[in-house]
Ligand binder design. Sequence first.
Ligand code: SAM
Length: 431
Amino acid sequence: MSKSQEQMPAYSEAVKSGLYAKKSGLVGKYDNVRKFWEDENTRMFLRPFVQEAINKAAARMRRLRILDLGCGSADGYELLSGIRYRDADLHQAEVEMLSGDVLGLYKGVDLNEDLLEQARGIYGGNPKMLFEKVDFTDGFMNSDKDGPYDLYFSSFGTFSHHNDDESAINLLAEIAESTQEQSFVVCDWLGRYSYEWWNLWTNQPQELRNMDYVVSYIYDKEEREEKRDSLQHLNLRLMSREEAEYIISEAGRRSGIYIKARKFFDRSIFTGRHMDTQEYNPHAQPLRAAMNSIHESNLRTSLDSLIIDYVPKQGFPFLNDYYEGLQMAWNTLVKYVIELLDLYDEENRCYESEPPPIPATYPRQLREMMGRMKMIIEAVGWLGNGLPRENIIEPQLGYALRYLMNSMQKGQGCGHGLVGVVEIDRSRKPE
Ligand SMILES: C[S@@+](CC[C@H](N)C(=O)[O-])C[C@H]1O[C@@H](n2cnc3c(N)ncnc32)[C@H](O)[C@@H]1O
């Protein structure tokens, strides 16, 4: 055996460990949209509630206790522990809200033993973290020995596993009964009116409660077709704000305890995973792939791939109006940036002529983002070093579009996910 051959097992070992795999943010569970949009948007939305829960626990000389319902491999812990203080200054290094002295307990429960094993493999050594196999549709709160908790958390569509309303109502009522003073519950469903599943929109939600959710997006187009018969299917509840409000008020009525939705949030409005598959909407465009590309370092994206052509659906004027307004704002920003890039003179470090004025009739958020992009291109367009378009301007356009989306969302079930924060307060009279 040659010297080189002798050394080959070291490479094979590295490949088997998975650590040698080519990592990119363009595909996979932790693609760029998940990292920079979905996780971050959820963090921004939850931040004031987590802060309030920390403050309330601290006022009673307690640290924060969290129960993650359907924790999987503890992704929720990673999401929550990444929440940052809103106004951290540039010089600050410690910016996370859930620092070691703030967290008392994180308990994750799930029905899937393999995922729990994975979670234990990562966090089993942390004495503040517990994992338990539990069916959350089965009255487990009554026998749970580690509660009560301040934050009952769920993420990425987990509440859609409650296929009938009874199961969700019961769980919320059980949580309310096991809460000592106050707590928050984060309910995370699939949005009923996501553009991804335009085919499934209905004005009679009672007739189509659950969708057949095919996990096809993990493969590219050809592989998807080859594997079609062996793809995994999940039966998942679609949720609008009205339906969620009914479930929440019913849980209050049943438990006789104050339970109220504080806020709803639409996550991933045009960027859900099924945009790229067209599985449930023949008009869907691969916008997730485009957004993944825009946030990928060292990669130049054609900005035309971001232009949305929203196709209205007859019989849904409230959705058509909403989506059309959003699409117009989004496209206006993208087209403005294309124009700014055309106008920019790198050698002389300025625009060749004054960019077109921003009409005062545009929505405030759009005007702000157009102004910001104008300043960014002017500030770094000449930089040369470090690929300013790929590594600064494109990601900043991604953040500007994210801001537009977040500030124009209405928490009505128009995103891939509908997230609701529910407050339970035993000191208040039920409404
Ligand atoms: C959409 S995944 C979310 C996983 C993880 N929280 C995340 O954010 O990636 C839903 C999780 O709920 C779990 N689950 C589904 N039905 C359940 C049940 N009845 N009881 C407990 N866990 C359940 C699944 O095993 C899965 O881990």
